[in-house]
Design a protein around this ligand. Structure first.
Ligand code: GCU
Length: 681
């Protein structure tokens, strides 16, 4: 279960001598769990790459070596390699790596053990991708303080929106005893810089509510032990109604002193079991989950209560902003789900305690293949926040279709908010720098399960890998990340690298082109969300409509004639989205209801665009299959077959999407395809 940490053996003819020289010895003096992890990982990586087992010692004996340690840890090589100037540029989880020819070492220095571990993984990445290490001189600091993974795992072993088997954390209503698999996961996460994990679904049901109790806490603590060795803090998703469900109280009112007391006591108990417990992740008043609204309180009251319980122990509350009316009437055109997060949370800006972080989904709806960026980014000035992405491909092909999501995330992060009278991008808002916030960062829903390849679709591993790398360094390009992942996973053969990288890079656009058009979203089968169903959600309570009729399609979210959502943006963004002329094509139907004959910036009508993009999407999906077939006999046969099978299904399923959408719009509009292609009438 190594995934990208498998480190393919480098052919001996290709190993240059200096490599082996450096890698023959590891010098490390400091004691502690994470240092032990660092030494073990380095040893393991070197063994797989070069087939040699490095000697480890506490001091150098004049041989070349790799050494690591903290600046104050008493390792002489580290002290000599890194002067005060470099040290002062490194934040607690950052590190420096330098090839120190004079002392004959490659040195990895940091101010904390976690920093050392990240540095070790960086060096392994360099070795694993064949980079020269003779003249290294680099400094790395993470862009984001919090780099978190959310598991949507249930204690019965199922995973909400999981597409890669069952949970690795739970079996049959118990916490797993198979810590090996959990440890493998911790390794993968630490190798990409993840430092926090919430181990249960945000929808906290009856049994999961009991994770806080003596029944489960000792086993939760065992999971925390595994993650601690990799520098990862453990969080629990909690049920806001816990005081009632497991505490025997008659209320969960956040302003009730008995409730506050109950949370303080249970929190203290958690810290007795797990001294470095991270804190709570909360989904409240959303999709039928309990929350403060029941008691006439708001989200600041609810989260602050938990924050006070956690504060003495240094814990934090991560409170989700995915709050909307999920019992809407489709006849009611004035309610707009897209508005909900902003409407709920903007008025509360400044009321949250210092150890509360709001977790905001990247878009205003729900992880669609295309959505605008949530207008909350930039609008909250006095509130800690993290951005939430969905690595698991709920709406992007469920790991049966290929969809590399890093390009989508990059677009979101680079979006200019027009906040603060300037133009900071989302990435600078969420890292906390624009408004000088104490906490900031990334959270994302994991895409792994107990499948042997972790992610169902082997190539979906690139999304997990990419998420971590991007959370660490938002400046990395989607291409660079893809290339790293391919090299580490499949080795350095140029043809393999070029081919898989190309497939990854185009996959988001391919998926978008044969699914819901021009940003309107949904059009999927209700509940499981796989496959086309244009009107699947059209008359539902979920607030997810496209309003197609015989004249046109799209949601009017303008201030002038629609729901007013466009007005939640700042400056030019509001103006751009409000105007049907200036709205970007790819979001046109998210913001406007237009006739099928409306001409896009691209020069074609909306209806012709729908036909073109869908036919084209099918062709491109078929090309993916063909491109992959070029790697037969070049990549490992087992891996080749797995991917080939998924790509075949994708191509067939893309055809299903295309036919259904094209027929739907042909029937609605009565307008024929200008190119006369086959549309079923
Ligand atoms: C989506 C998803 C749910 C999930 C929810 C959430 O709506 O379909 O399964 O619970 O997001 O983010 O809380």
């Amino acid at each position: 279960y190594n995934a990208w940490l498998g480190f393919n053996r480098v052919e001996s003819s290709k190993i240059s001598n200096p490599y082996v020289d450096w890698c023959g010895r590891i010098v490390a003096a400091e004691k502690g769990e994470i240092f032990g992890t660092a030494a073990a990982e380095l040893t393991r990586g070197i063994e797989s790459l070069f087939g040699i087992r490095p000697l480890t010692s506490e001091s150098t004996e004049g041989f070349r070596c790799i050494t690591f340690g903290t600046f104050e840890g008493g390792n002489e090589l580290i002290s000599r390699t890194f002067g005060a100037e470099i040290r002062s540029t490194i934040v607690p989880e950052g590190y420096a790596i330098k090839t120190n020819a004079a002392d004959g070492c490659i040195a990895i220095g940091a101010s904390t053990a976690s920093g050392v571990l990240y540095g070790v993984f960086h060096l392994l990445r360099l070795l694993g991708t064949g980079c020269s290490v003779d003249k290294l001189e680099l400094v790395e600091n993470p862009n984001n303080g919090l780099r978190m993974i959310n598991q949507w795992d249930n204690i019965d072993g199922s995973i909400e929106r999981g597409y890669a088997g069952e949970s690795i954390f739970y079996v049959n209503n118990e916490i797993t005893m198979n810590m090996e698999r959990v440890r493998d996961y911790a390794r993968l996460l630490a190798s990409i810089g993840i430092n926090a994990i919430a181990i249960n679904n945000v929808n906290v049901h009856k049994y999961e509510t009991m994770l806080l109790t003596d029944k489960f806490l000792p086993d939760v603590a065992k999971l925390a032990d595994v993650f601690r060795a990799y520098g990862i803090k453990l969080f629990l998703s909690i049920n806001f109604a816990s005081p009632i469900e497991i505490g025997g109280l008659s209320t969960a009112d956040p302003l009730d002193p008995t409730v506050r007391n109950w949370w303080s006591r249970i929190t203290a108990k958690i810290y007795t079991a797990i001294s470095d417990f991270g804190g709570f992740l909360v989904k409240a008043d959303s999709e039928n989950r309990p929350g403060p609204f029941t008691y006439g309180r708001d989200h600041a009251d609810g989260s602050n209560m938990l924050a006070e319980a956690l504060q003495p122990h240094g814990g934090i509350v991560i409170w989700r902003c995915f709050v909307y009316n999920c019992k809407q009437d489709w006849r009611d055109r004035s309610t707009d789900r897209a508005r909900a997060a902003f409407d709920h949370f903007k008025p509360l800006d400044g009321r949250f305690h210092d150890n509360v972080i709001l977790q905001i989904k990247n878009g205003p709806m729900d992880f669609q293949v295309r959505e605008p960026v949530s207008p909350l980014f930039g609008a909250l000035e006095a509130t800690n926040q993290v951005i939430e992405f969905q690595i698991t491909q709920e709406y992007t092909g469920q790991q049966r279709h290929l969809c590399y999501l890093v390009p989508q995330w990059k677009e979101v992060l680079d979006f200019q908010t027009h906040a603060k009278g300037g133009n900071p991008s989302v990435k600078r808002i969420v890292d906390g720098s624009v408004y000088g916030r104490r906490f900031g960062g990334f959270a994302a829903v994991s895409n792994i399960g107990n499948d042997a390849n972790w992610t169902g679709h082997l190539l979906a591993q690139a999304n997990l890998y990419g998420y971590g790398r991007l959370a660490w360094n938002t400046e990395l390009s989607a291409e660079a990340i893809a290339e790293e992942w391919v090299r580490l996973t499949f080795g350095g053969d140029d043809r393999v690298v070029r081919t898989i990288k190309g497939m990854l890079i185009h996959s988001w656009s391919i998926y978008e082109s044969y699914t819901a058009p021009l940003g309107v979203g949904w059009m999927v089968n209700p509940d499981h969300h796989y496959g086309p169903n244009v009107d699947g959600y059209e008359y539902s309570k979920w607030g997810t409509y496209h309003f197609a009729d015989c004249r046109g399609v799209g949601v009017d979210r303008t201030v002038k004639t629609g729901t007013g959502y466009a007005g939640q943006y700042m400056g030019d963004n509001a103006a751009r989205y409000e105007s049907v002329e200036n709205c970007p094509d790819e979001l046109l139907l998210f913001f406007h209801h237009v006739p099928y004959t409306h001409v896009l910036h691209s020069g074609v009508t909306v209806i012709q665009h729908i036909y073109d993009s869908h036919f084209n999407g099918v062709e491109r999906a078929e090309q993916l299959e063909e491109t992959w077939s070029g790697l037969a006999g070049i990549v490992n046969e087992g891996l080749y077959e797995q991917v080939a099978e998924r790509l075949k299904e994708q191509a067939e399923h893309a055809r299903e999407w295309c036919d259904m959408i094209n027929t739907y719009f042909y029937r609605k509009s009565g307008i024929a395809d200008q190119l006369g292609r086959k549309i079923y009438s």
